[in-house]
Design a protein around this ligand. Structure first.
Ligand code: ZN
Ligand code: ZN
Length: 261
């Protein structure tokens, strides 16, 4: 096993040096990653030093408060996002979700792995990765689950297990916009379930975009009810508050529509 691990590391290091083309500017890059300039452009909002919420990663308001977490306690413990859901990073997600450019999934997973390692240098040993399950309607429409595509590749890069069946979607949801706040909370609470005991587990829920956090909240509730010690959200992109235009759990989640419709 140790030999296999060393060989895998060696192969990964070799592949990382293979000259490729940057997925954004077509300039020279390495190993399927973005070039240095585009990498900086995509991730710079996260590394600008502007204060962010320690739980949901949203930029704090002028009063130093998180617009999303104020007045409620999320069931998840923290979110790690690779970039804000804005140009030019949003284009990469669009290419994966709408144009089925699966090569983009590995590069995006690499950005997320970097974000995780920079905020948590020692990735928890017992971390288990779980993709947000897609709705049947979204699977029919798209033919694949973008969160699962990223999750598998991220798990491989982090050398942690990926367990797609650990969180189940129990039914097709209704449009959250049609529900009142209480009904919406009830709807999300019962939408996901964890079918086995996972006492003490460290769960990392992988998704492409996090907007209101209602989906992650619902999944975290299910995981903690099954015994999980911690639930993190690992997301490619965090929607800035001004772009989301609403507070958590108080409105429909445009980026979560795959999960709630
Ligand atoms: Zn580039
Ligand atoms: Zn917050």
């Amino acid at each position: 096993m140790a030999y296999l691990h060393v060989m895998r590391e060696f192969a990964a290091r070799l592949l990382a040096r293979v000259p490729t083309v940057c997925g954004l500017c077509q300039d020279t890059a390495c190993g399927g990653r973005l070039c240095a300039y585009c990498y900086h452009e995509v991730t710079r909002s996260m590394t600008s030093g502007r204060p962010r919420c320690g739980v949901c990663q949203l930029e704090l308001d002028l009063h130093g408060c998180c617009p999303d977490c104020t007045g409620r306690t999320p069931a998840f413990d923290r979110v790690i996002a690779a970039f804000d859901y804005a140009a030019p990073g949003d284009l990469l997600i669009h290419r994966l979700k709408m144009q089925r450019q699966f090569t983009t999934a590995g590069m995006l997973a690499g950005l997320l792995a970097d974000a995780l390692r920079s905020s948590c240098p020692v990735v928890p040993d017992r971390m288990v990765l779980v993709p947000v399950p897609a709705s049947r309607a979204a699977l029919r429409r798209r033919g694949f689950n973008p969160a699962a595509e990223v999750c598998h590749r991220l798990a491989r890069q982090l050398q942690r297990p990926c367990r797609p069946g650990l969180v189940l979607r129990m039914r097709e949801g209704v449009k959250q916009a049609q529900l009142g706040r209480t009904a919406r909370m009830d709807s999300i609470r019962s939408l996901y379930a964890c079918p086995e005991r996972i006492d003490g587990a460290h769960i990392a829920v992988v998704d492409d975009v996090l907007t209101t956090g209602s989906t992650l909240h619902g999944i975290a509730q299910a995981c903690k009810a099954a015994g999980a010690a911690t639930v993190w959200g690992l997301v490619l992109a965090r929607t800035p508050y001004h772009a989301a235009g609403h507070s958590v759990l108080n409105a429909a989640d445009p980026a979560d529509q795959d999960h709630t419709l």
